[in-house]
Design a protein around this ligand. Structure first.
Ligand SMILES: Cc1ncc(COP(=O)(O)O)c(C=O)c1O
Length: 371
């Protein structure tokens, strides 16, 4: 049996007529940049999140970068980010002109917490940027409280957490603003690059919109230099069509995660723990396992695709070598980066496929002499 890591073809087939019609509408109206399909998606996604404003941009990295720029982050300003995330998070801080400062993660939930953030605070800290890693909410209400008590901004990196909740509120509705990525493989993915910010602050919304469109007030009237980072009409129309399915897909992901847990219980593997008070949306289903590379190889021979998110903690990457931070500065993130294994998960996955992965994972562990 062949099990892909995600199956975007199958997803497209399941909603083909809706997607094809949505794209055709954009073509018929030649509403390629800006226009009604972008406005419609922005309204729908804001309503879904319970946020006042949503501004579409070119990708998730820009959503973070332009938010930080709109907040006035400048040279010398420090922004606290997790040591265990995709480089897009920390890169956005540098692109905005600030300095990323890394915080370690909680060993169970794998997100940053007020305790790990406290250790990274300095007099130059201006913002905290939690990542809802793999779709698991960071304790964002507590982080918002910490940020508020210190006069800091809180910006959510919600690139992996479409539809997640924390303490009854949607991820994307906390702090000054949140950034989403619509990279195709995300839980809400476009058919190309895309991203957005969500905020309750009209000024932030206006400034991000301007930054994303050359600092433009109206045609050929530019208040400042911005960039070109716009969500296009075709992507917006695809996203509107897919948004209607997001809750159903999320429930399926959660059921699949439960099925994995039940089937793998004899192995006693440490799974990422869902944050108390949070709803994990399982963008990724991550376990920790010794001998990871051998296990991956074994599974690959059985036709099962797996992933590693991420093979190095950010401070251990060449991009941050100049900071001179060793793995001992982020013991949990560094240690976990050598053990984390992402198992296939996508809403269309069948019970038979999950059982096949679990049986083979059990076999792999047995052949390697236990864990
Ligand atoms: C946590 C996180 N932050 C930021 C990004 C950047 O998003 P994009 O690839 O749309 O620029 C990603 C995307 O992979 C991500 O997973």
């Amino acid at each position: 049996m062949k099990i892909p890591f995600v199956d975007l073809k199958l997803q497209y087939q399941s909603i083909k007529s809706e997607i094809d019609q949505s794209i055709q509408n954009v073509l018929d109206d030649t509403a390629f940049i800006g226009g009604k399909y972008v406005a419609q998606f922005e309204q729908e996604f804001a309503a879904y999140l319970g946020a006042k404003h949503c501004i579409g941009v070119g990708n998730g990295t820009d959503a973070l970068t332009l938010t930080l720029k709109a907040l006035g982050i400048k040279e010398g300003d420090e922004v606290i980010v997790p040591a265990n995330t995709f480089i897009g998070t920390s890169e956005a801080v540098s692109l905005a002109g600030g300095k990323p400062v890394f915080a370690d993660c909680d060993p169970d939930t794998q997100t940053i917490t007020p305790e790990t953030v406290e250790k990274a605070l300095t007099a130059r800290t201006r913002a905290i940027m939690p990542v809802h890693l793999y779709g698991n909410p960071a304790p964002v209400a507590e982080l918002e409280e910490l940020a508020g008590s210190r006069g800091l901004f809180l910006v959510e990196d919600a690139a992996q957490a479409h539809g997640a909740h924390y303490r009854g509120a949607k991820i994307g509705s906390f702090g000054q603003a949140a950034a989403f990525s619509f990279y195709p493989g995300k839980n809400l993915g476009a058919y190309g690059d895309g991203g957005c910010i969500a905020t309750n602050d009209l000024e932030i919304a206006k400034r991000v919109k301007m930054y994303a469109n050359h600092g433009r007030v109206k045609k050929y009237d530019h208040e400042f230099e911005g960039t070109n980072s716009r969500l296009d009409g075709i992507q917006a129309a695809v996203l509107s069509a897919k948004l209607a399915h997001l809750e159903e897909w999320t429930e399926k992901r959660r059921k699949i995660a439960d099925l994995y847990r039940t089937n793998l219980s004899p192995l006693n593997l440490p799974f990422q723990k869902e944050t108390t008070g949070g709803r994990h949306v399982y963008h990724l289903l991550v376990v920790r396992i010794p001998e990871r590379e051998k296990v991956r190889e074994f599974l690959s021979e059985k036709g099962i695709a797996t992933g590693v998110h991420y093979p190095d903690a950010l401070p251990d990457l060449g991009a941050y070598k100049h900071l001179g931070l060793g793995p001992e500065s982020f013991p949990v993130s560094s240690k976990y980066s050598k053990k984390v294994l992402s198992l296939p998960i996508f809403p269309e996955m069948t019970e038979e496929q999950v059982v096949y992965v679990c049986d083979n994972l059990k076999d792999a562990v047995l052949k390697l002499g236990g864990i």
